[in-house]
Design a protein around this ligand. Structure first.
Ligand code: ZN
Length: 234
């Protein structure tokens, strides 16, 4: 057999350590006769149980979590690949690995530490974004009150909070500065007045086309904005 010859049934290459098979049929250990065997090792054409094959101290780690498997095998002095024959596909397929229990525990700790580190970083990011949102909202509300001194403070804050959500989520933080332009602030206030202080939303619900609905409420919106631009705020 040359190096290029695949192992029987295209099993994994032999440098993965001992090859352990999950048998499809009821098999018993050729040495100690125990069985049926959940795992076996073929030695000289005969099945051996894990104990007889000196692998009985290893624990099974099913495939699925790649990082855990990689680390557990790296931590384990002795490990074995577990395969099962897939009849329809006509080949052996990897089911997991057998590793030392202590190695698995260390690997799990490392993966948990990674997950914990990621969680802490997410929390820091969330706190930073929240602080940015608070600053942005305050700046936006202040700009509204500067341009519309007659706008009630609660309304200014509501408009700013809404704009902040859009700023942080939809258009990104880099747009925050642009969003504070006079035109953008006026546009946000105008939209809020249209939705809250006029029947605009009801007209839309009744099926009035958007431009027609806007036309109908324009005078009311303009009146409120004029009032807010000049009046002394509440
Ligand atoms: Zn045995």
């Amino acid at each position: 057999m040359t190096a290029a010859t695949p192992p029987p049934h295209d099993g994994p290459p032999p440098h993965d350590g001992p090859l352990v098979v999950q048998p499809l049929k009821r098999r018993h250990c050729a040495e100690c006769r125990c069985g049926p065997l959940p795992f076996l090792v073929m030695e000289e054409g005969a099945p051996r149980c894990l104990d007889c094959a000196d692998l009985g101290h290893l624990v099974f780690l099913p495939r699925g979590v790649t990082a855990l498997t990689r680390r557990a095998r790296a931590e384990s002095g002795l490990s074995a690949v577990v395969v099962r024959f897939h009849r329809r596909r006509g080949r052996y397929e990897r089911q997991g690995v057998l590793v030392e229990e202590a190695a698995l525990a260390r690997a799990e700790e490392r993966c948990l530490a990674d997950a914990e580190a990621r969680r802490r970083r997410r929390e820091r990011d969330a706190r930073r974004r929240a602080a940015e949102d608070v600053r942005f909202t305050a700046a936006f509300a202040a700009e509204i009150r500067r341009l519309f001194p007659g706008c009630p403070a609660t309304r200014a804050e509501a408009v700013a909070a809404h704009a902040s959500v859009r700023g942080s989520g939809r258009v990104g933080r880099s747009a925050a500065g642009r969003a504070l332009s006079e035109a953008a602030v006026a546009s946000a206030v105008r939209a809020a007045v249209r939705h809250v202080d006029t029947p605009y939303d009801r007209l839309l619900m009744e099926g009035v086309p958007r431009h027609e609905a806007r036309r109908r409420v324009r005078a009311a919106v303009d009146a409120t904005l004029r009032e807010w631009r000049t009046a002394n705020g509440a």
